[in-house]
Design a protein around this ligand. Structure first.
Ligand code: ZN
Length: 136
């Protein structure tokens, strides 16, 4: 099930704007350090690997595997339709992202399942990156 489109939405900041603009364009962007090649997500002002001011935005493959997940039956706010799945995805580049997993029943999800990013257009400005099972 897709989480409700009435859910609270993120407010892009100057730091996170490249990520959200990428989502709006259907591209998953992540920061990577030009010095030590660490991928950094969520957006940060400096590298979490070497603490240098050397982050740049790069495109992710948008492909990964389920690292962990849970099914939410009691929503934190009434705007969320339940049940929905919250998952940590390990992208092929090795970084992790907290997101929603859609397009399959919760009892069909397994750790290590291949997934691919998809973008749920919520408004003119916001498309939320979510993941669905990768095509066979
Ligand atoms: Zn670094």
């Amino acid at each position: 099930m897709t989480p409700s489109k009435n859910r609270p939405l993120p407010t892009p900041t100057s730091l996170s704007a490249p990520h959200w603009e990428g989502c709006r364009q259907g591209v998953l962007r992540v920061q990577r350090c030009r010095v030590c090649a660490t991928y950094v997500f969520i957006p940060q002002p400096i590298c979490t690997g070497c603490q240098r001011d050397a982050l740049e935005w790069v495109e992710s493959s948008g492909r990964g595997r389920v690292y962990s997940f849970t099914t939410v039956h009691r929503p934190p706010r009434p705007e969320f339709d339940v049940p929905y799945v919250v998952a940590i995805i390990e992208l092929d580049e090795g970084w992790h992202m907290l997101t929603n997993l859609i397009g399959c029943a919760p009892d069909q999800i397994a750790v290590d399942m291949p997934v691919v990013v998809t973008f749920e257009r919520i408004s003119d400005d916001i498309s939320l990156p979510m993941f669905r099972p990768a095509p066979e």
